[in-house]
Design a protein around this ligand. Sequence first.
Ligand SMILES: NC(=O)c1ccc[n+]([C@@H]2O[C@H](COP(=O)([O-])OP(=O)(O)OC[C@H]3O[C@@H](n4cnc5c(N)ncnc54)[C@H](O)[C@@H]3O)[C@@H](O)[C@H]2O)c1
Length: 248
Amino acid sequence: MGTLDGRYAIVTGAGKGIGYAIAKRLLADGAKGVAIFEYNEENARKAAEELTAEGHEALAVPCDVSDRASVEEAVQTVLAHFGRIDILVNNAGITRDHIFHKLSYEDWDKVLSTNLGGIFNTCHVVVPYMREQQYGRIVNISSTSAYGNPGQSNYAASKAGILGFTATLAKEVARKGIVANVVTPGFIHTDMYMAVPPDIIERHTRMIPMQRLGEPEEVAAVVSFLCGPDVSFMTGQVISVSGGHRTF
Ligand SMILES: NC(=O)c1ccc[n+]([C@@H]2O[C@H](COP(=O)([O-])OP(=O)(O)OC[C@H]3O[C@@H](n4cnc5c(N)ncnc54)[C@H](O)[C@@H]3O)[C@@H](O)[C@H]2O)c1
């Protein structure tokens, strides 16, 4: 048994990348079960199979976090299987990068409704259960881009919104045994980041004091800590996992 001591978790966007690494780490740290909320059903199924083959309880739950009805249905599925939800990691996110004067309203809206609207949806459905059980650990994945990154006004707005949302939610639920914190990854070696042109990756890497990209597992380790019992007097905080790179 690890530090997560039989807890049940939801990780959104855990079909691959950082979300998958988080699901894997929570289970390795003792979580009893993890629900993978994913709109890529094939990846969700594969991820759940891999984690189950390692002897864990992993549930693939089809879910589009930007769709309230889909989130409600997914949460009901989790409650039917696990009976409770102790940990909610909001990791699902997308990019639609364009310089602002070429950014369409559709790309603005899509990114905001997924990255920020998705967190509204999951928290709005899950927090009432956590309030009732007087226990909860929420970790929201933002980004160092929250503080500004050219070509990402939509993404930065969504990720900065997560900071204000989490700071407020944390204060509202503090007396209910629920803590909510934010992790801001820097440049992490996943499909999302590797879609960036190679010359820009090179430029980014030079800006990172550690002179390398981060790995999803390095983000997952910090998230797992924030889901654990040692985080008992810390809420509404923001931790960067960025190799020392600061954008603010
Ligand atoms: N990779 C980076 O450099 C980096 C840096 C900072 C922050 N982040 C954030 O970390 C999180 C994970 O990023 P990643 O790099 O692993 O990305 P990724 O594209 O590799 O994985 C994202 C996952 O989220 C899922 N997803 C997307 N929209 C969804 C929706 N509406 N409903 C359910 N699932 C959905 C995708 O299917 C995918 O499995 C994102 O929130 C991203 O913004 C990433």
